[in-house]
Design a protein around this ligand. Structure first.
Ligand SMILES: Cc1cc2nc3c(=O)[nH]c(=O)nc-3n(C[C@H](O)[C@H](O)[C@H](O)COP(=O)(O)OP(=O)(O)OC[C@H]3O[C@@H](n4cnc5c(N)ncnc54)[C@H](O)[C@@H]3O)c2cc1C
Length: 403
């Protein structure tokens, strides 16, 4: 009997992890075709910031070469965006006209960077930061002495800013909110991070609205809502991402922000699955790699015919580049009845806040020193009572376990 045809659209991090998991769960069961829009096989997107900052090489980003796909019977097409999915006929048509029939389809199309529709946003020195091409372009324009404005004081914006500072650019981060990484840090943690980044040469305009990009034929600056113009040779928009759900939506799949999936990562069409940043599970669209990897594990088991369920992922964030350790997981502000433990040493740029609820750790923010991050994350994820650990919790794993 012919093998079932499994087509995977998207050749990014979630897609590759699914292939790895399928190899373990049901090797050879499907005739797999992977359709990727980027010109190369999946690479470590997370390391793009390190690549920009000169702290990782192209080789560091590589995962599997083409020979690996071939050796495992995976047919890999690159530089080949899929244009339409015909769910009734079970066919995917590529932009170049090729057509692939499937028995099962997986959508792993990730996200696209949001481009603010500002006047002047069409200028070629206005960039985003999502793929390897963007990183190359940032490096090309980010020559020593260039003035760069990064719009967005979240994780991605700060990593882009630090990378550009390391290239020798004069960088200002413009952020709408009055504190950095507001979804992961409280006010004191954000202020500690800001000071540390200022010491590394990043300037900030917080609580500032971006109004227009100044320049006729090339970028000359960014006009803020206040009327102030920040001179700039390049602008980086790092203001969030939008799930690439259009392909699935046009095929009639149920979608909200992302493509709606159940606990087996199945969309509203029983033959079509979705995972990674294009999927929305129990109302959550994840923007990190750990959930995508957990989803890949579940989906491989589901495709192997096993009962498997994905129950969601506890989110944690860390800033990789910038030379400032930052970690955040769980609650960032205490609720009534919670205990808040704070250690703050502004002189050394260190801040630590832990939130305890009913003798359980429910949130942790670490700035400046984050070597105990995984320990705190495990405590939050397990939900186990702290018991005797509570007394020395703030001083970290070594101290609390030795006590
Ligand atoms: C600079 C940067 C730093 C990051 N740092 C971190 C971090 O520190 N920690 C963390 O957890 N996460 C980080 N992330 C996020 C992480 O990279 C993503 O969560 C992860 O890549 C999601 O995997 P995915 O497969 O869903 O999407 P992607 O890896 O984006 O892959 C989707 C792929 O699908 C392709 N595609 C889209 N549409 C089509 C189509 N129609 N046809 C064919 N192919 C298509 C895209 O071109 C892309 O190659 C970072 C992201 C960036 C950009």
């Amino acid at each position: 009997m012919d093998r079932e045809r499994l087509v995977v659209v998207g050749a990014g991090m979630a897609s590759l992890r699914l292939l790895e998991e399928l190899k373990a769960a049901c090797p050879g069961r499907y005739a797999v075709t992977v359709i990727g829009a980027e010109p190369e096989p999946a690479y470590n997107r997370v390391l793009l910031s390190s690549l920009l900052a000169g702290e990782a090489s192209d080789e560091d980003l590589a995962f599997r070469d083409r020979a690996w796909y071939a050796a495992n019977g995976y047919r890999l097409l690159t530089g080949a965006p899929a244009q339409t999915v015909d769910a009734a006929a079970r066919r995917v048509t590529l932009k170049d006209g090729r057509v692939f029939a499937y028995d099962r389809l997986v959508l792993a199309t990730g996200s696209e960077a949001i481009r603010l529709p500002l006047p002047g946003a069409h200028l070629s020195q206005v960039l985003v930061f999502r793929d390897r091409f963007d990183a190359l372009r940032l490096k090309e324009l980010g020559v020593p002495g260039a003035r760069a404005v990064v719009i967005g004081g979240g994780l991605l914006g700060l990593e882009a800013a630090y990378g550009l500072v390391k290239l020798g650019c004069a960088v200002t981060v413009v952020h709408l909110m009055d504190k950095l990484m507001e979804r992961q840090l409280d006010a004191k943690g954000a202020a500690t991070l800001r000071r540390a980044l200022e010491a590394k040469g990043v300037a900030f305009a917080l609580g500032a609205q971006s109004k227009a990009i100044v320049g006729e034929t090339r970028v000359e600056g960014l006009e803020l809502g206040s009327g102030e113009i920040l001179p700039a040779d390049m602008i980086v928009m790092a203001c969030g991402v939008r799930p690439n759900a259009a392909l699935g939506r046009a095929a009639g799949l149920a979608a909200n922000r992302g493509l709606l999936v159940d606990d087996a990562l199945r969309t509203s069409d029983e033959r079509i699955f979705a995972l990674g940043e294009c999927a929305e599970h129990r109302g959550v669209v994840y923007g990190l790699v750990a959930p995508a990897y957990e989803q890949a594990k579940t989906l491989a088991r589901a495709l192997a015919g096993d009962a498997a369920a994905y129950g969601g992922t506890l989110l944690s964030t860390n800033l990789k580049v910038s030379g400032v350790s930052v970690f955040s997981a769980g609650a960032i502000e205490a609720e009534d009845g919670d205990e808040t433990i704070v250690l703050s040493d502004p002189g050394h740029g260190c801040y630590r806040k832990l939130i305890v609820r009913d003798d359980r750790l429910t949130g942790a923010i670490l700035v400046g020193e984050a070597s105990d991050a995984l320990w705190y994350l495990d405590l939050i994820a397990s939900g186990a009572p702290l018991g005797p650990l509570r007394d020395d919790l703030a001083f970290g794993r070594g101290f609390a376990l030795a006590a």
